[in-house]
Ligand binder design. Structure first.
Ligand SMILES: [Zn+2]
Length: 165
């Protein structure tokens, strides 16, 4: 288990490693998961403390079904199960990805959260994350350790793909 970092200062923009991880998530799910925002210097929804999105190391990946637009094809699984399956695979390889947290806004009673410092999901039995239950996205955080280095994400996937032979 690894220490959880959380908010550790405002960055100038999105962390390259999180941008890369998000690109893989979109590609490998056929845009079933799509980037609903990485960097943002703002308080947490419904709270005063600053969101980890301000560090550039957090991303929201939505599985919401979105119709085709002028600039983008149709995207979003429109279903929880395939999105959660991809997230579970990421968590399986959490050490490779230096994953620190995942928030899942969907299930009752109030969603659930996975953290690297307990290596387990915790179901929230009272209101903890704004948007749960019923939220059709996941919030993902990675470690600051190699957040400025997108190539470790490439290496992580290369390793996983090498297991397929
Ligand atoms: Zn988020």
């Amino acid at each position: 288990m690894r220490r959880y970092t959380g908010f550790n200062g405002v960055a100038a923009g999105p962390a390259p490693a999180m941008v890369r991880l998000t690109e893989y998530a979109e590609f490998l799910t056929g845009n079933g998961l799509w980037n609903n925002g990485i960097y943002g210097n703002r308080p947490m929804r419904g709270k005063k403390s600053t969101s980890v999105h301000a560090t550039g190391r957090a991303a929201d990946w939505s599985w919401r079904k979105m119709p085709e637009s002028k600039t983008r094809p149709e995207r979003g699984f429109g279903a929880y199960e395939p999105a959660k399956a991809f997230i579970d695979t990421l968590i399986h390889f959490q050490e490779l990805f230096l994953l620190e947290a995942v928030l899942d806004y969907y299930g009752p009673p109030h969603g659930q959260g996975w953290r690297c410092d307990r290596d387990a999901w915790q179901q929230y039995d009272r209101k903890t994350i704004a948007g749960a239950p019923g939220g059709d996205w996941f919030h993902i955080e990675i470690s600051p350790r190699r957040a400025n280095d997108a190539t470790y994400i490439d290496s992580a996937f290369q390793h996983i793909f090498s297991l397929l032979t």
